[in-house]
Design a protein. Structure first.
Length: 646
């Protein structure tokens, strides 16, 4: 096949432009990225060779090699791992698969200062493209294990790249960077210096489980001769040193490992460039022995809520990498957790299907979930700011566990926070809510809805506002679903302020209200009965309200009925559920309601009576953000009324 020239995909081109113009301040990380890819390629080859005897790949000395040539100013990062086919090169290197790329690039363009750009790139991670921060031309020579021909890919990062098939490529991948002219101001940028390379590998890649070797060649000798010399064991052979300790961090005791080392492992696993929020260690001894090193990231990935988001941690068996995204090890609501689990007693051939059914794995899964939740709990008290970040980034996902994981529901509620009428900015925990509960208040009150504003201004809140009773404002779609399971926390039930009867105040107040209520019931009995008949298509009952102080009317659900929002949610998921009629409540002290009652007694057949009843129902629906049964009729009736008032 002749040399072909391709164009980078648009997003890839934009990203490369940014790399070329080096907007990221810490250029050293390009090497971490290349070594990380090489290490993955070695993992993949070992696995494939394990599963497929006919692969015919040499797995006897899997390693990564760095080769610097100060004369030519090139740096080569080589692995003898899985390699890539020609199609894979075009697919994997010419495009960016991440679905959040477009929005990420937009944000990046808007960000002016280095700190923000660094932060954004850090969250995204740019992998192989980081090479273009330090090189003005990159050549990648690769041959996939099991294939006979190799592929050479070359680009200066400016719009296009070339691809050609080559006959004699060694198995694996070699990436040759033609380094940009040395920055004379800053010697730190000499990536051909053995000292510098040693330092970078030690800092970022020490834990990589494959040897990272570097040949320090005698000065003046060209690269190829040195390679030959290395192979022939010539006396003038360069000295080959292994730069990394290869120690699995999860197998070492806590005091042997620095936080930075943990963080670099996290970055290798997650492809995230920012430090994690929390590092969690777990060692299980006994019949089923394993070590886990888990990380809670400091920000949510862009695709966390998209279908097909890969969840789970890496599984190792006795230090051998087995699989990425092992979903059997983490519940879905903890899918943001990254890390490594190394189990001693599993077969190297273990499959995803077997893992799903394995009892020991299920026990491990439960233990890991509990450990993550207890870590978050500790974080709440020990590092409130960190917890606030955690909740902002992952609260929505975690709440899915209130449905999916009944066993841990209490712990999840215990580490959850909610927007509240008590504070405009700071969310509250349930423990804090409980401390502020009024004397005689039995329940945890909440209201669900689309936005904080809609919920806060809902008529359902009026009596609660008037009495200074705190209400949780639940506006995530998942909130509708878990509150519907009628949870309890600390022996207190969750109660929607838009459901059932409201029964607030002290015993004394209630007694007083009771007698007043009896009087009102008598006064309104005829109207309520008549209205229930008149609106029977829409409501199952019309009654007097004890939750309204300002509005004339509101709509409420029976305690155990599904709310309209939940109904919509189920419909959107394709589930048909019955449409329960709701209850219309009238405020007996509102002038519109008293006037309606009077008119109804005096002139029961007046059309204004029927129309006002309909309008009250519509207003109640609108106030809670609901939909009207007949919007056109509502507009006509309102317009007529307005006209008459002028
Ligand atoms: P990421 O590593 O985040 O997926 P990269 O741009 O660094 O993104 O790499 C894209 C893909 O190219 C990798 O996922 C991998 O499939 C492939 N790749 C990169 N480097 C190598 C390598 N040294 N050997 C084999 N495949 C590689």
């Amino acid at each position: 096949m002749p040399t072909e020239t391709f164009e980078f995909q648009v997003e890839a081109r934009q990203l490369l432009q940014m790399m070329i113009h080096s907007i990221y301040s810490n250029k050293d990380v390009f090497l971490r990225e290349l070594v990380s890819n090489a290490s993955d390629a070695l993992d993949k080859l070992r696995l494939e060779a394990l599963r497929d005897d006919s692969l015919g790949a040499d797995v006897s000395d899997l390693h990564i090699a760095l080769d610097a040539d100060p004369q030519d100013r090139t740096l080569t990062v080589r692995d003898n791992g899985i390699g890539m086919s020609r199609d894979e090169v075009v697919e994997l290197i010419g495009t960016i698969a991440n679905s959040g790329t477009a929005s990420f690039l937009r944000e990046l363009k808007e960000a002016g200062d280095t700190a923000t750009t660094d932060g954004l790139i850090g969250q995204f991670g740019v992998g192989f493209y980081a090479s273009f921060m330090v090189a003005d031309e990159v050549t990648l020579l690769t041959r996939r294990a099991g294939e006979s021909e190799g592929t050479r890919w070359t680009s200066s990062g400016e719009g296009t790249y070339t691809v050609e098939t080559v006959a004699d490529a060694p198995q694996g991948t070699a990436i040759v960077l033609r380094l940009k002219p040395e920055d004379t101001e800053d010697q730190l940028y000499d990536y051909t210096s053995p000292w510098k390379l040693r330092e970078i590998v030690k800092r970022y890649s020490d834990f990589i489980t494959w040897p990272i070797r570097m040949a320090t060649r005698p000065a003046g000798e060209p690269a190829e001769q040195a390679d030959d010399a290395a192979e022939s064991g010539d006396a003038a052979a360069p000295e080959v040193e292994t730069l990394n300790s290869m120690k699995a961090l999860w197998a070492r005791s806590r005091d042997e490992v620095t936080d930075d080392e943990y963080h670099e492992l996290y970055k290798h696993i997650s492809h995230d460039w920012t430090d994690p929020l929390e590092t969690i260690r777990l060692q299980a001894e006994g019949t089923f022995e394993y070590q886990a090193l888990l990380f809670i990231p400091s920000h949510a990935p862009q695709d966390l809520f998209l279908q097909g988001y890969k969840r789970g941690v890496q599984l190792y068996v006795k230090r051998v990498f087995i699989m990425d995204d092992c979903e059997a090890l983490m519940p879905s609501y903890l899918r943001f957790v990254k890390g490594v689990v190394d189990a001693q007693d599993l077969s190297l051939n273990v499959s995803r299907e077997i893992l799903q059914q394995d009892r020991q794995i299920q026990l491990m899964h439960r233990r890991l979930a509990k450990k993550v939740l207890s870590t978050v709990k500790d974080m709440m008290t020990a590092h409130p700011e960190r917890y606030a970040t955690f909740w902002r980034e992952f609260g929505r996902v975690l709440k899915e566990g209130l449905l999916g994981d009944p066993e841990n529901r209490d712990s999840i509620l215990g580490v959850s926070s909610f927007a509240t009428t008590h504070d405009k900015d700071q969310p509250t925990t349930l423990a804090q809510y409980a401390e502020r509960m009024k004397d005689g208040q039995e329940h945890i009150y909440y209201l669900t809805g689309e936005s904080r504003q809609a919920v806060e201004n809902s008529p359902h809140m009026e009596a609660f506002q008037a009495r200074g009773i705190e209400v949780l404002l639940l506006t995530d779609p998942v909130d509708e679903v878990w509150v519907d399971t009628r949870p309890e926390f600390g022996g207190r039930q969750f109660r929607s302020v838009a459901k059932g009867e409201v029964d607030l105040g002290t015993a004394e107040e209630k007694e007083q209200e009771g007698s007043e209520r009896e009087k009102q019931q008598e006064e309104y009995a005829a109207l309520l009965g008549w209205m229930a008949g008149h609106l029977t298509e829409h409501v199952k009952q019309v009654r007097l309200s004890s939750r309204l102080t300002v509005s004339p009317a509101c709509i409420v659900s029976d305690t155990h009925d599904v709310t309209p929002a939940l109904e919509n949610l189920y419909r959107a998921m394709g589930q048909e559920i019955p449409h329960p009629k709701r209850i219309l409540e009238l405020n007996p002290k509102h002038p519109l309601v008293t006037a309606l009652n009077r008119t109804h007694t005096e002139r029961p057949d007046d059309t204004a009576v029927g129309e006002t009843a309909e309008l009250l129902h519509s207003l109640a629906l609108l106030a809670e953000g609901g939909e009207l049964p007949d919007p056109a009729r509502f507009v006509k009736l309102t317009a007529d009324r307005l006209e008459r008032s002028l």
